[in-house]
Design a protein around this ligand. Structure first.
Ligand code: HEM
Length: 262
């Protein structure tokens, strides 16, 4: 791994742990205390008394989503794959299982209750859920058939999709920094930027993955391409670090603070 790739990996890992702390402490903490309505402080339709299946779907999706987010950085580590292939396989199976639960749970929630942002968000997130399930099943199938080139391609697409949920929060925090949240509807997510984000949080990430999968091997890349990649990855790390700090301060810490000290 190059130094820049290590910096990126570390940023993804720190962001993943911070976000999972928020999910576990806030959603887990309020559930343990029986304060289910408090789930609606972020998105007002997450919990609805008497709708057990929809509540269970989004709840399972949160647990599975947290698991995906924590395991993903470990699966990327070449060292784990090379020196502890058994660990990679076991984590891989848990990761695929969690991806299926997050995808099916999130999509079922949409079918039963609809997304807070209305039909546009339901279609955007629904497509996202279906893509997560397809990528998980194909990554597993190619691994089982020892077709490692295709397995790697689908595993990277699944990683990109899993990371996209975190990027959803990063992109909103950067939009806030640069535009003061122009056109954002914080209650029903039905502003112009919200409709764009319903698809933008995962399609560009998939597009970047497709470009990455088609790059020539590192040793055959011309100097201009190496420079371009380093610049893009470097800027990505810089904006990623800023977005992580903003998201943690603006959204995650206030809910952790409310749950622990509120
Ligand atoms: C990959 C890991 C994922 C994580 C960690 C995750 C996490 C979350 C969290 C924390 C929320 C609550 C809002 C917030 O507090 O920010 C949420 C909402 C939601 N997520 Fe996910 N999610 C993941 C994947 C998915 C997938 C694959 C789907 C598939 C459809 C999905 C669909 C939804 C929906 C529909 C909502 C509720 C939006 C609304 O209120 O209408 N998520 N997710």
């Amino acid at each position: 791994m190059s130094r820049l790739a290590r910096v990126h990996w570390l940023l993804i890992a720190i962001g993943a742990v911070a976000w999972v702390c928020y999910i576990a402490i806030y959603y887990g903490g309020m559930a343990l205390r029986g304060e289910w309505e408090s789930w609606n402080l972020v998105l007002h339709n997450l919990y609805s008394p008497g709708e057990a299946l929809a509540n269970l779907s989004i709840g399972l999706h949160l647990v599975a989503g947290a698991l995906i987010t924590l395991i993903a950085p470990l699966q990327l580590l070449p060292g784990v794959r090379a020196r502890a292939p058994k660990v990679h396989r076991v984590l891989g199976r848990i990761y695929i299982g969690a991806a299926l639960i997050a995808g099916i749970g999130g999509t079922l929630f949409i079918l039963l209750r609809g997304a807070v942002g209305g039909p546009v968000m339901s279609v955007g997130f629904g497509l996202y859920g279906v893509l997560v399930v397809i990528a998980a099943l194909l990554a597993l199938r190619h691994a089982r058939r020892r077709e490692l080139v295709q397995h790697r391609a689908w595993a990277l697409r699944l990683f990109a999709l899993g990371l996209s949920s975190l990027l959803f929060r990063y992109e909103y925090s950067l939009w806030g920094l640069f535009t003061g949240m122009a056109t954002h509807d914080p209650v029903d997510f039905r502003g112009a930027i919200d409709f764009a984000m319903d698809f933008f949080f995962y399609l560009p990430t998939l597009a970047v993955t497709e470009v990455y999968l088609r790059l020539p091997p590192r040793e055959r890349r011309p100097a201009w391409l190496r420079l371009l990649i380093s610049t893009i990855v470097g800027l990505g790390a810089l904006f990623g670090a800023v977005a992580l700090i903003l998201a943690a301060l603006a959204w995650w810490w206030p809910k952790i603070d409310l749950t622990l000290f509120g």
